[in-house]
Design a protein around this ligand. Structure first.
Ligand code: 13P
Length: 251
């Protein structure tokens, strides 16, 4: 069956020293516990290699927050999937709404990024989710369907089976407005039905679908209690070890 995952997305926060301190604090907080989920922290690129070392011998895995859509070469400032892999990282967050909105990441760019991540044996945590206006117009289902069809439904069933989906309604990100557990369950079940239509029930049942958007220590247990919510992608609350640990403990 599918894995439960609690993944942190630090976004553009923490200097290297602060990041090492946070990773160390989380590692120490988890000593002697056996989380009922996979634990992932998504750090800025420059922290990756060091944080991988910091969390060795702990249950914590590390994610990048992006990768280049090209393999290598004259792309100043970009970081390739193979470079990320070479730091010992296991996951890469792709398609975050902030990257779509501020850095012009299109369905096609994301399709390339997902392929390169998979080629380099990184697990993509592929983010989808609707804007506030789209939810108000009751268009959330068609939006997430288009996002899946545009960037990941080109994959083979075997490759699709390697990815994690994160449903993050844009109106809930960093706003304190969490989707209700019923809203999350409803759209997660819809997403799983789309996967089943495309790849069959077995792939759908084994795909982890995380919820993201103002998920915190106070609401995680309720969200994670829903059958199609397999964990969370956590922004703000991943920046404090106690809060993040409380979310992990919600499983
Ligand atoms: P917040 O948890 O801060 O709302 O951010 C969610 C998110 O964007 C995680 O990727």
């Amino acid at each position: 069956m599918r894995k439960n995952i609690v993944a942190g997305n630090w976004k553009m926060n923490k200097t290297l020293q602060e990041g090492i301190a946070l990773a160390t604090e989380l590692k120490d907080a988890l000593v002697g516990t056996t989380p009922n989920c996979d634990v992932v922290i998504g750090t800025p690129f420059i922290h990756l290699a060091t944080v991988v070392e910091t969390v060795k011998k702990s249950p914590i895995k590390v994610a990048a927050q992006n990768c280049a859509d090209k393999e290598s070469g004259a792309y100043t400032g970009e970081v390739s999937a193979s470079m990320i892999k070479s730091t010992g990282v296991n996951y890469v967050i792709l398609g975050h709404s902030e990257r779509r909105a501020y850095y012009g990441e299109t369905f096609e760019i994301l399709r390339n990024k997902v392929l390169l991540a998979l080629k380099n044996e990184l697990t993509p945590i592929f983010c989808i989710g609707e804007l506030k206006e789209e939810r108000e117009a009751n268009k959330q289902n068609e939006v997430v369907k288009a996002q899946l069809e545009g960037s990941v439904f080109n994959l083979s069933a075997t490759d699709f089976g390697k990815i994690v989906i994160a449903y993050e309604p844009v109106w809930a990100i960093g706003t304190g407005l969490t989707a209700t557990s019923e809203q999350a369950q409803e759209i997660h079940a819809f997403i799983r039905s789309l996967i089943a239509d495309k790849y069959g029930k077995e792939v759908a049942d084994s795909t982890s679908i995380l919820y993201g958007g103002s998920c915190n220590a106070g609401n995680a247990a309720e969200l994670f209690s829903k059958p199609d919510v397999d964990g969370g992608l956590i922004g703000g609350a991943s920046l404090k070890a106690v809060d993040f640990k409380a979310i992990i403990s919600a499983f």
